[in-house]
Design a protein around this ligand. Structure first.
Ligand code: BTN
Length: 236
């Protein structure tokens, strides 16, 4: 049973929608939680599609008033907190800016989109799916695939909502510092060799106080504000 708490004022549950983010942005009001059993045009980061078959996974969007690029990191910490508990002994990592990885494969992603004074925080978590389209078969995993047990999506969603309440309250009172510490503790990329999107080798230093990824390219420090950082193929 999902209760309406601090962040969530109103709830819409859909059997099928093109994208919960699109629906929430068009509704245009804060405090709306939209979830669906299936998306026909699920959106991923960087214009990618988010594969969203019916009944197996979580597709949810929460709207907040205003816009803050750091919300993407706060949400990453929250979703990781919930998913890591459910993943039990399976290693669950957080990859900047907000990928949730289990056993090095993608189990969840977050897409924040802002329009007209509202930010839609879209969260997709692979829960019970075990069969994947060929193009993501090598890189995707679900909680069920990792742990060998199945999960009630409503309970997973409730755990995520509880973690969102906790992390957003913490962000309001303490700023980004707790999120930065959490990333340091739950990401293996810090200090590791990695590559920028254009293939340039680099080393991840930290997350900056603004929430950017601080990397070293040779002896030069750079701040990565968006995009992906790719792990060295042998690490993660
Ligand atoms: C990513 O590419 O890592 C982000 C994926 C975000 C997917 C979620 S599913 C619910 C919400 N609605 C969308 O269309 N996308 C997000």
């Amino acid at each position: 049973m999902i209760t309406l708490d601090g962040l969530v004022k109103e709830r819409v549950t859909l059997a099928c929608v093109d994208s919960t983010n699109r629906y929430a942005l068009e509704a245009g009001r804060p405090g709306l939680l939209v979830s669906a059993d299936e998306q026909t045009a699920g959106r991923g980061r960087k214009g990618r599609a988010w594969f969203s078959p019916p009944g197996e996974n979580i597709y949810m969007t929460l709207t907040l008033a205003g816009a803050d690029p750091r919300w993407a990191l706060v949400t990453g910490a929250a979703v990781h907190t919930a998913v890591a508990v459910l993943a039990g002994d399976c290693p669950c990592l957080l990859k900047w800016p907000n990928d949730i990885l289990i056993e090095g494969k993608k189990a969840g992603g977050i897409l924040c989109e802002a329009r007209g004074g509202i930010t839609a925080i879209g969260i997709g978590v692979n829960v019970n799916q075990t069969v994947w389209p060929a193009e993501i078969a090598a890189t995707a995993i679900s909680l069920a695939g990792a742990t060998g047990r199945s999960f009630a999506p409503a309970e997973v969603m409730q755990a995520i909502l509880a973690a969102l309440e906790t992390w957003f309250a913490l962000y309001r009172t303490e700023g980004l510092e707790p999120v930065r510490s959490y990333f340091r503790a739950h990401s293996r990329m810090r200090g590791s060799p990695a590559r920028l999107e254009d293939g340039t080798p680099c080393r991840v230093v930290d997350i900056s106080p603004e929430g950017y990824l601080e990397v070293e390219v040779g002896h030069e420090r750079r701040l990565i504000t968006s995009g992906d950082i790719l792990p060295d193929p042998d690490r993660l």
